[in-house]
Design a protein around this ligand. Structure first.
Ligand code: ADP
Ligand code: MG
Length: 450
């Protein structure tokens, strides 16, 4: 068959596919797929890179095969061949890069830093968080008047950010966007202050945080030891408080046990209502899994949810990660057995970090994105390197359990604030970008199992 006819036939196959696979998926994953040849009972397709190959094989192979069969009855298998790229490396990597540019449905408002994804209506309330939830709701109905400040503490992945962001969304809704809200992390606050001092724009900085109705500061434990930031925060707090404006803090521990925080600030932190969020019990974990799967438009048997909730107990971020992983790997979730879930979640269930070295992490990522190891470490700002490098920093932290400082040293003595920025950026994105989550899962499993 001539190449041209094959191209046309491929268009027919794509036409058939689009009745089985959602349009956005076709656009994302099939855009650069081309028919190469039909050899006996195999259709050979070229794909632009490893990511697409992996995706097509894992997720779409049976659809592609059945659509192909509807046209070439005799075809029994599909072969995916990574395009032998003769273009310059630059163009090639830019192509890879375009995969990351997909925009999430939930856009964070740059003015308020509030993400519409975090709301009260999708926050599951259980015994572990009901006080914090009630306080958060109370505040959003009556800002500045009830509990000021509100201080929510609890360990990582338990819903602090979700809840304090939800207050922001609720206030914006209730007042038709008329209230000025600002969400910031302590690190953003600190970096903003450093920049303001450097650029002599301290007045702008001050007014940015003082001309506000609700100020939300996440993870204040990172103010520990930062004398200048603490001082600035103290004054900001006083101005807002005196004007009856609402202030909300979160931290991974109660105010009294945050080290290296001035006493006067600690007493401000504790001066309103201090509530905690603890690990959710089994029923709450199941309810969260149900809510998250419904959000993703999947209906999962209670039996299956029960098993997952029994296995994953430490925190909700892990619970969500486990669910994502399962949804990604399995087509018909309801046919899962306990053994299969155990197998899928092996990484989550064991201490599996033993064989993970920083070198292995970086090597796996460079291979995955077809980069040179040198490029990752060197201080180049090449666009196609930036994202994989951020992922590397994130995974060195997440899997490698390295400190920000030692990650900085690993990357040619970069400043630890750069590392924090990168890690946070990926951390935030994985929460609502399912594709990125899945990509990182692929990389992780390569690191852990190779
Ligand atoms: P923290 O800030 O405490 O580290 P996050 O607020 O980032 O935790 O929560 C981690 C993930 O778990 C987020 O995706 C969040 O939406 C989800 N989550 C946490 N608690 C709940 C809950 N009660 N109901 C629904 N989702 C939750
Ligand atoms: Mg948080």
């Amino acid at each position: 068959m001539e190449q041209k006819t094959l191209d046309e036939t491929w268009q027919d196959i794509l036409g058939d596919l689009s009745s089985k696979v959602p349009k956005p998926s076709i656009k994302t994953w099939f855009n650069q797929v081309k028919p190469l040849a039909k050899v006996n009972d195999t259709l050979k397709l070229t794909v632009p890179n490893k990511i697409v190959k992996f995706w097509l094989e894992q997720k779409f192979n049976s659809f592609i095969l059945s659509s192909t069969k509807s046209i070439f009855n005799e075809v029994k298998s599909i072969e995916y061949i990574i395009e032998d790229n003769t273009q310059s490396p630059k163009t090639r990597s830019t192509k890879n890069f375009s995969l990351f540019k997909k925009i999430s449905i939930f856009e964070v408002n740059p003015q308020t830093n509030i993400n519409p994804k975090y709301r009260f209506d999708n926050f599951v309330v259980g015994g572990n968080n009901e006080l914090a939830f009630a306080a958060a709701q109370g505040i959003s109905q009556d800002i500045g008047a009830k509990y000021n400040p509100l201080f929510i503490h609890g360990s990582v992945g338990l819903g602090k950010t979700h809840l304090i962001q939800a207050i922001g969304n609720e206030v914006l809704k209730k007042h038709n966007n008329a209230k000025k809200i600002k969400y910031t992390t302590s690190e953003q606050f600190t970096n903003g202050l450093i920049n303001a001092l450097k650029n002599q724009s301290i007045d702008d900085f001050k007014s940015k945080f003082r001309d506000i109705d609700v100020l939300i500061i996440d993870d204040v434990q990172f103010f520990s030891g930062k004398v200048k930031s603490q001082e600035e925060l103290f004054h900001t707090f006083n101005v807002l408080y005196d004007e009856g404006k609402q202030i909300i803090f979160s931290s991974d521990r109660p105010p009294v046990v945050i080290p290296d925080i001035e006493d006067r600030l600690k007493s401000r932190f504790s001066g309103g209502l201090v509530v905690d969020i603890i690990i959710p019990d089994f029923e709450t974990r199941v309810a969260i899994l149900r809510s998250k799967s419904q959000e993703r438009g999947v209906l999962i048997d209670n039996k299956i949810l029960d098993i997952i909730a029994q296995k994953i107990t430490r925190n909700i971020r892990e619970l969500e990660g486990a669910l994502n992983l399962i949804l990604f790997k399995i087509k018909d979730v309801n046919k899962l057995t306990e053994d299969k879930i155990n197998e899928l979640l092996k990484d989550y269930l064991q201490v599996y970090y033993r064989n993970v070295t920083p070198k292995k992490i970086v090597k796996t990522i460079t291979e995955f994105y077809s980069l040179k190891e040198d490029d990752m470490v060197k201080k180049t700002r090449k666009k196609e390197v930036i994202r994989p490098r951020q992922i590397a920093m994130y995974l060195l932290r997440d899997l490698g359990k390295m400190s920000y400082t030692s990650i900085g040293e690993f990357f040619n003595n970069r400043d630890h604030t750069t590392i924090i920025y990168s890690c946070e950026k990926i951390e935030k994105e994985v929460i609502h970008n399912l594709d990125l989550t899945q990509e990182i899962e692929i990389i992780k499993s390569k690191i852990l199992h190779s």
